[in-house]
Ligand binder design. Structure first.
Ligand code: A3P
Length: 314
């Protein structure tokens, strides 16, 4: 079910009214009926929550720390995005048309859309690694009972700032917009794939499900070694401390930022990179007092009545 949203050409879809690209309507059913496989591993997030970081982590943990393949093959090929590579390349095209993405800067999407030989996930060999920004309620209903899912959540204030820079990186016309304008849209839940708190809460409510592993970005910042260990347990893998340390080093902000297979925005035109600052709490530098109060109100009202809270809030 999709309603026309006030963020044309986006629409609001599903019981919880998520903001989606208009063409999502055409594909909602196909996505809902997508064939999940028992050996799939999915990473689900709202954009800018640390998706890429966790994808690289999950892929290496699941693939016996195969750093060689990770070095040879870009992450977007090892771990494609459901919305782009299977049913809805049109969404990407639509995002380009409305200037949401400037594909010139966006290697992964660019190739996914252009490459005629792009294999649909339906035909991809097992085990598949699948990234999506769709919330659980818009994904196949047997997903959790069939495959393993890692959900990553991040303080919405940091997501807002990071999302703003993604727009700046990909959409030249927005370069003049300031963060205050962007924040107005964010706090009204008008950005694609939001509302952010409802999205996270859907997964948080299932956090005790044996096939769901819920991760906070902030906890990865605090103790990456520990979080790698938890993912390894979740994926039934056993690694020594030294192996985990090596992966933590590979996943460090500086190393991922330099890694062309992961930081898919490395381009000459932009100062802003896909892997940008990597801070928890960096939002403070972007919020004046009024915005801080608005953000608090945003979080208090969205979290009211939920068990979900963020390590950084309250
Ligand atoms: P910032 O813009 O705040 O720097 P996603 O992959 O979901 O789009 O998330 C992108 C965010 O994750 C960016 O946040 C990016 O810098 C951050 N990130 C990526 N790799 C990271 C790492 N190794 N350590 C910390 N943050 C990382």
């Amino acid at each position: 079910k999709c309603l026309l949203g006030y963020t044309k050409p986006f629409v609001r879809c599903g019981e919880k009214e998520y903001v989606m690209a208009g063409s999502y309507r055409k594909h909602a059913e196909a996505i809902y009926n997508f064939q999940v496989r028992p050996d799939d591993v999915w990473v689900i997030t709202v954009p800018r929550s640390g998706t890429t970081w966790v994808q690289e982590l999950v892929w290496l943990v699941a693939n016996n720390m195969d750093f060689k393949t990770a070095k040879d093959k870009p992450l977007y090929k090892r771990f494609p995005m459901l919305e782009v590579s299977t049913h809805i390349p049109e969404i990407a095209v639509e995002l380009i048309k409305i200037n949401f993405f400037n594909l010139g800067n966006f290697q992964g999407l660019n190739e996914a859309v252009k490459e005629k030989s792009w294999k649909s996930l339906d035909k991809a060999p097992s085990p598949r690694f699948i990234k999506t920004h769709l919330p659980l309620s818009m994904l196949p209903p047997n997903l959790l009972s069939t495959a393993k899912v890692v959900y990553v959540a991040r303080d919405p204030r940091d997501v807002a700032v990071s999302y703003y820079y993604l727009y700046k990186m990909t959409n030249k016309s927005l370069l003049r917009a300031n963060f205050t304008h962007f924040w107005e849209a964010f706090r009204r839940d008008l950005l694609p794939w939001t509302p952010i708190v409802a999205h996270a809460n859907e997964a948080f409510e299932k956090r005790h499900h044996p096939n769901l592993h819920f991760v906070f970005y902030e906890n990865m910042k605090k103790d990456l070694h520990r979080e790698i260990g938890e993912v390894a347990k979740f994926l039934n893998k056993d690694y020594t401390d030294a192996q985990i340390d090596r992966l933590a080093e590979h996943l460090s902000f500086d190393n991922l930022r330099k890694n062309k297979n992961v930081n898919n925005s490395i381009n000459k035109d932009s100062e802003i990179q896909f892997i940008r600052k990597g801070e928890a709490g960096g939002w403070r530098a972007h919020f004046d007092e009024k915005m801080q109060l608005q953000a608090e109100e945003f979080l208090v009202t969205r979290l009211a009545g939920l068990e979900l809270s963020y390590p950084s809030f309250p």
